[in-house]
Design a protein around this ligand. Structure first.
Ligand code: LIP
Length: 278
């Protein structure tokens, strides 16, 4: 029985899957429609009214069903709410991971619901809406996509790997120079290729699904990778900090991989791009 501190994690998962399907239908309806776009931190950091509406629906459902639970949501934090993870049962929510994809109708757009207790991710749901792919995991009980169990790639050589990477939304010359240094360092490792899906969560789920061997990014937020992190770990993969230590949910950076050897080889190739913590 998946229970922690008398919280039934299977019930949490079922609630999260149903909720992500409900809000997913709102996203799908808006997917092809014209969108009202606002800019957040930079000219490439977009938000739409659908992001805000979906997060409002998610938070209301959590408050109605689990009134004592806490939440951290991308758009609530953008509106000024503190991003403060405590030991309390906490939902970490990204209503639309891949907002730029959503704006441009590129079909990689995910609802991300991570459920944490004592600052540890216990349940993850990543719903790729346009492709109807429901990625789920409960700590200790495996990872699944539409009910099919996931297992990472058994490749151990970075040079024989497909890498996912994202380049973030900062456009200042200093950051761009470091981003390009990392791309050069990895391409000359060499690797088979560097691809990206425009969604941190779906890049991580690609590694969990043995469709890629590793992924790295600097500048993402806890809501981008909380839910997907447990899906990858339950599929047999690893997520570490870019400096090589354990994953830090608030550090805004990560290396995700099918095994520790590839994760550590990749982290040694990277120079740090500094971002303020969440
Ligand atoms: C996105 C991440 C992506 C990153 C983008 C953006 P959002 O999240 O999933 O990995 O490169 O800059 O942060 O904003 O679409 O939820």
């Amino acid at each position: 029985m998946a229970e922690v501190n008398d919280i039934d994690l299977k019930e949490i998962l079922d609630f999260g899957v149903n909720l992500s399907r409900t809000v997913g239908s709102v996203i799908l309806k808006a997917f092809k429609q014209p969108k009202k776009i606002q800019l957040k931190e930079t000219c490439a950091d977009l938000v739409t009214e659908t992001d805000q509406l979906v997060e409002h629906m998610i938070i209301k459902a959590i408050k109605d069903t689990y009134p004592t639970h806490k939440f951290i949501g991308e758009e609530s934090v953008a509106a000024g709410l503190k991003c403060n993870l405590t030991d309390e049962p906490t939902w970490i929510v990204d209503p639309i991971d891949g907002t730029t994809n959503f704006v441009h109708r590129y079909p990689y757009v995910a609802v991300c619901l991570g459920f944490c207790m004592n600052k540890t991710v216990k349940v993850g749901i990543v719903y790729n809406v346009p492709n109807d792919e429901m990625f789920t995991a409960i700590r200790g009980l495996g990872a699944f996509c539409n009910g099919k169990q996931l297992q990472v790639s058994d490749e151990t050589d970075l040079a024989k790997s497909l890498l996912m990477a994202e380049f973030g939304s900062k456009r200042d010359p200093e950051t761009i120079e470091k981003v390009l240094k990392n791309i050069t360092s990895v391409l000359t490792n060499p690797v088979h290729a560097i691809h990206n899906m425009g969604s941190a969560a779906l890049n991580i789920c690609a590694v969990a699904s043995a469709q890629a061997e590793a992924y790295y990014e600097y500048g993402i937020h806890c809501w981008d990778y909380c839910a997907a992190s447990i899906i990858l770990e339950e599929a047999g993969g690893v997520i570490i900090d870019t400096e090589g230590g354990p994953m830090d949910l608030m550090a805004r950076r990560l290396v995700a991989a099918c095994n520790t050897s590839i994760a550590q080889s990749l982290s040694r190739k990277l120079i740090t791009i500094e971002y303020p913590r969440d």
